[in-house]
Design a protein around this ligand. Structure first.
Ligand code: CXF
Ligand code: ZN
Length: 365
């Protein structure tokens, strides 16, 4: 099959002929119909920490099941599926209590030492499968725990983005913070992930959905998704503006999709008593803020990290598909461009434009 491979760190993607194995155990082979370009793959392309080259990256996938391993119970050939990078065993105490994102044995979704690799290059050498999905290719071989059946009516491009940006943004609001009707919240950063937090807040019935960003076109898109107030933080003092909009109190939840020290600081400082700052954006080890004991105790303020929406992707992706099909979740405006597999490098260039939310591969020839 054709795949776009990262051969050298930071050198982008090159087309190659790649061998994909037949499914064993609980593996499912999927003919890809859509694969989204996420910022994390760009980060991984430049870093050898998690998925050293040569590697097939790509982790926002949707497609059709073409083969199943002998132990697969949840899928049949012909099923339409979407993927999610959360790896979970389904058997440990964390999984059994529903917190699959904190699974004790995520490696159970991979092939073991000594087993033939899932992906090999033309010389028979192993290729790293990015995030256990390897979506920048014509096909993907995935553990069934990382797939969700989606309705046949669900368009593949929209389905592919559910498993990363959409579960992450909506899940922060609906799973982690459990925003309620009437709440006042702030979303910092309204890119392809933050926009989904706006959708989540609309679904939850929040009264004030205050969105801050540095880009005017992004703030216009935020309004389209349901922001009730927008603040350009390059022009205004964000904390003062939020306090003014909330009668001086501040908000019960702030969702920081940037995660840098200045946004975390602002986020914490605009919390109402009892409020929580949810950190979703990953800004690296230098992003640190100081909090004070009396604010955390007397004022009951806090900080909570959120990863991949802190939910159950298999449940959440189904719910999100239904919401989309019933006209209650805007995915169409997230898909800013559809490209072919060979255009990944250009696709990432396009993503730099603040008016581009998500770019999705939908042509695989
Ligand atoms: C990522 C964030 C960085 C670690 C891997 C998962 N989430 C989505 O792209
Ligand atoms: Zn992603």
């Amino acid at each position: 099959m054709k795949a776009m491979v990262v051969r050298e760190l930071g050198e982008g993607w090159v087309p190659e002929d790649v061998e994909i194995a037949d499914p064993v155990g609980n593996e499912v082979r999927v003919e890809l119909k859509a694969s989204g370009l996420c910022g994390s793959d760009l980060m991984e392309m430049r870093s050898e920490v998690n998925y050293p080259p040569p590697a097939v990256l790509g982790h926002e996938i949707a497609g059709i099941v073409t083969a199943i391993g002998p132990n697969v119970t949840q899928f049949a050939v012909g099923d339409h599926v979407a993927g999610c990078l959360v790896q979970f065993c389904g058997k440990c105490e964390r999984c059994l209590s529903g917190d699959v994102g904190l699974c004790r044995h995520p490696e159970d979704t991979l092939r073991g030492e000594g087993e033939a690799p899932r992906l090999t290059d033309a010389e028979g050498k192993e290729l790293t499968q990015g995030m256990a999905l390897g979506g920048f290719a014509q096909e993907s071989l995935v553990h069934e725990n990382m797939l969700v059946k989606i309705p046949d009516e669900m368009p593949f491009a929209q389905a592919s983005i559910l498993g990363c940006g959409v579960v992450t943004g909506t899940g922060a609001v609906l799973n982690a913070a459990k925003v309620k009707r009437g709440d006042s919240i702030v979303i910092i950063g309204a890119g392809g992930v933050g926009l989904n937090a706006i959708s989540g807040a609309v679904i939850a019935g929040a009264s004030q959905i205050i969105v801050s960003d540095l880009n005017e076109p992004t703030l216009e898109t935020a309004k389209k998704f349901g922001a009730t107030h927008t603040i350009n933080s390059s022009e205004q003092d964000l904390v003062a503006a939020v306090k003014e909009l909330t009668g001086g109190y501040g908000v019960s939840a702030v969702f920081d999709f940037v995660g840098a020290t200045p946004t975390a600081r602002q986020g914490y400082d605009m919390l109402d008593r009892g409020g929580v700052l949810y950190q979703i954006g990953m800004a690296g080890p230098d992003a640190v803020i100081e909090t004070h004991n009396l604010a955390n105790t007397f004022d009951r303020k806090g900080i909570q990290g959120v990863f991949m929406g802190s939910g159950v992707p298999k449940r959440d992706i189904r719910i999100l598909s239904d919401l989309y099909l019933n006209g209650r979740l805007n995915l169409d405006d997230l898909v800013s461009a559809e490209i072919s597999l060979s255009e990944i490098n250009e696709g990432y260039e396009k993503l730099k434009d603040p008016e581009t939310n998500r770019v999705v591969i939908t042509k695989f020839d």
